[in-house]
Design a binder for this molecule. Structure first.
Ligand SMILES: [Fe+2]
Ligand SMILES: [Fe+2]
Length: 282
């Protein structure tokens, strides 16, 4: 059911315990002085701390089903996501420090994830692999296309690209955990769980983004048709963070899908060197 592709045997998952933006406050519109572009990434960042905690719990619940190698990867995955949570909590404090109120978004996420936690453990893992596919393809696009963060403040650019590097590195951990956890189920049933949870995750993710952006637009006094038109252009084609990942998104619906069909580790080394994002020596 997982096709011919699997996780590269020599995959390394490294935790880069780096801190970003501690020098001082961030400009309110940190992405090119543009409230539209900034609102998109601020809404995304608002979702991360609680979202990533949900992922960690969903994967850890099945650790005992994993072989020793995958168990090690789960440990590395959890360490990376915990660091991402720490840095997005800080980034969200910068957003708040710049005058935005994220409390309504926090409450919405809490409610959605609270509902998620009432579902079966396997469905929670299903939602996690779906959202990890989102983060992996967005991360690929963030690193492959310099246009996305070209106008960001240098520290914001480093933070988002650091997160992207690690999302690529650990993109198969939740997925392989799902394969291990469901190995006794018939193939069609595993596929059905994957598709059902992806459809639900996609709708919830997009609904959250629209809601979060609307909240931020209101706070900037720009919740107008013109702003939304600019937002659609921004996310779909100029530079198109969401529009450009549609083909990669759709690969998830192939029964044989595996995250390492696209081996994009070359982007990691390149970005680490360009932005000085190597792990600190122990
Ligand atoms: Fe993450
Ligand atoms: Fe992740």
């Amino acid at each position: 059911m997982s096709g011919n592709v699997s996780t590269p045997a020599n995959l390394k998952i490294t935790s880069r315990d780096l801190a970003f933006g501690r020098q001082g406050p961030s400009p309110r519109h940190w992405l090119g002085g543009d409230p539209i572009a900034t609102a998109f990434y601020n809404a995304l960042s608002a979702s991360f701390p609680q979202g990533e905690r949900f992922f960690m719990d969903a994967v850890r619940a099945f650790k005992s089903k994993a072989d020793p190698k995958l168990q090690d990867q789960i440990t590395s995955f959890v360490t990376q996501e915990a660091l991402h949570t720490r840095e997005h909590v800080f980034f969200n404090q910068l957003i708040t420090g710049a005058g935005y109120d994220l409390s309504r978004m926090d409450a919405v996420i809490k409610k959605r994830l609270g509902f998620g936690r009432t579902r079966s453990k396997i469905e929670q893992l299903g939602a996690t692999i779906a959202l990890e596919h989102f983060t992996a393809i967005l991360a690929h696009e963030a690193l492959a296309n310099p246009a996305h963060f070209a106008d960001a403040t240098p520290e914001a650019r480093r933070m988002w690209k650091w997160h992207a590097i690690e999302e690529i590195e650990h993109k198969s951990v939740a997925f392989d955990t799902f394969l291990a956890a469901t190995r006794d189920l018939p193939g069609w049933q595993r596929y059905f769980i994957r598709v059902r949870t992806m459809v639900a995750a996609t709708l919830l993710f997009l609904e959250f983004l629209v809601r979060g952006v609307r909240d931020l637009f209101k706070q900037d006094g720009i919740n107008t048709f013109a702003s939304w038109r600019k937002m659609f252009a921004f996310v779909l084609y100029r530079p198109g963070m969401l529009g450009r990942v549609i083909p990669a998104y759709l690969t998830y619906y192939k029964p044989s899908f595996h995250p390492w069909e696209e081996d994009d580790r070359g982007l990691i080394a390149e970005t680490e060197a360009a932005l000085n994002l190597q792990a600190k020596a122990a």
